[in-house]
Design a protein around this ligand. Structure first.
Ligand SMILES: [Zn+2]
Length: 415
């Protein structure tokens, strides 16, 4: 499995739904390499591909044939002729294969079927309690996956992989959750092995905030090399993309900002056992509890959002204060990592500008001027689809790597 699914976008590449071509050197002459050129979505002739790759025309022709036979590329009209028969052009066919993208939250699951370009073909959302344990949750997820495939009229054999985001720390290389606090029974569970019993395909698993960062970046900030994605919901966490690469840390817990102590935290007990954590002050349930204590009935983050939408002043002030608490932790993160974009997502970010205003207020006040000179702090544009977009992207970057494409083409040739 790849160390990181995030790859730098070549600066000269035209924007395309397929996203960046992997910037891999052409050290091996393989079909996968010709494919990496075409991944940017531009149609090219055999001659153009030969010139870019430095491969012989006959070699390029053979590779185009193999990629076409596997369905990954296809004819895309004709180029202008300089006399004689006009040369055919070929382009990436993102709709040729499909990916199941699964975003498991604490209380719900969203499953999307996407093509290789990240286009959502069908999706299903269901309430689900992640605390029910891995077999119950995954059995339900697998049933929904079957339904999503059927709804889109696609077949299992078109599936190239399944990407799954889970609401807790995950050891990405094995796909096993690592001591997830809100997921009893999941610690060390072999998620890929269990899923592969039903769908024998590539299965990649990561923490939900990491995949949200991937999804937001791939779809809306492809040129941002240093991006922080902050999820503010039932829990609070950050996905860190630094130097174009997703940073998971030594044990997969990088970005766990929810348990950093905030100045206002005082003696407020957090579910982790410490006092004054960001999550104990600014998460959906924490803000609801603070409102309740002040005589405004609210139990969940949803209640807080609804109150704020209706113009309840206490709720609006509480959300702005939650934003300031998040800003306290982010100000330090900005000095440490110097991101160019901070994206605020998760349920509590969806009610307009209240949370954002608090975040901006503190970050611009506390961070070093040079670190904030070009910094943009924005609301998530992917919204509640950031997770599935990122889960799909994680799989695409893995299965469309030169080595994987080579295997796909070879497997097709042998089938
Ligand atoms: Zn804590």
């Amino acid at each position: 499995m790849p160390k990181s699914p995030v790859q730098p976008r070549p600066r000269q590449a035209a924007p395309s739904p397929a996203g960046p071509a992997a910037a891999e050197p052409f050290s091996h002459s393989r079909a996968g390499d010709v494919f990496q050129i075409l991944r940017d979505g531009q149609a090219r002739t055999r001659a153009e591909l030969a010139e870019i790759t430095g491969l012989a025309r006959s070699t390029v022709a053979a590779r185009i044939e193999a990629l076409s036979a596997a369905g990954l590329i296809g004819p895309a009209g004709e180029a202008v002729s300089s006399g004689g028969r006009p040369p055919s052009r070929f382009a990436f066919h993102p709709s040729s294969r499909v990916i199941l993208a699964v975003d498991v939250g604490a209380t719900h699951v969203l499953i999307a079927l996407t093509d290789l370009g990240g286009r959502v073909l069908s999706e299903l959302r269901e309430s689900m309690d992640v605390a029910a344990g891995p077999t119950d949750v995954l059995d339900a997820v697998l049933e929904l996956c079957t339904q999503v495939l059927a709804r889109a009229g696609r077949h299992e054999r078109e599936l190239v992989g399944i990407g799954i985001g889970l609401p807790g720390p995950v050891e990405h290389s094995t796909g096993r959750p690592a001591s997830p606090p809100i997921m009893p029974g999941w610690d060390g569970f072999d998620v890929p092995e269990y899923v592969q019993r039903r769908f024998p395909t590539e299965v990649l698993v990561d923490n939900d905030v990491n995949i949200m960062a991937l999804g937001e970046r791939a779809n809306f900030w492809p040129d941002a090399q240093d991006l922080l994605f902050i999820k503010v919901a039932t829990g609070i966490g950050a996905g860190i993309i630094s130097g174009g690469l997703l940073q998971r840390g030594a044990d997969g817990t990088a970005g766990d900002i929810g348990h950093v102590r905030v100045p206002r935290g005082g003696e407020v007990l957090c579910r982790c056992g410490n006092y004054g954590c960001l999550e104990a002050m600014a998460s959906g349930p924490a803000v609801a509890a603070a409102l309740n204590a002040g005589g405004v009935p609210a139990n969940t983050g949803e209640d807080v959002l609804e109150l704020a939408r209706r113009g309840n002043l206490a709720a609006i002030q509480a959300m702005r204060q939650a934003g300031r608490d998040v800003g306290d932790v982010l100000a330090a993160s900005v000095n440490l990592l110097n991101p160019s974009v901070i994206v605020i997502g998760g349920g509590l970010s969806s009610a307009g500008e209240y949370l954002m205003a608090g975040v901006r207020e503190i970050v611009y006040q506390r961070s070093l001027p040079l670190a904030t000179a070009r910094l943009r702090i924005v609301q998530s544009m992917a919204g509640d689809h950031a997770g599935v977009l990122g889960a799909g992207r994680m799989v695409v970057d893995h299965v469309l790597s030169p080595a994987s494409v080579e295997r796909l083409v070879t497997a097709h040739a042998q089938a």
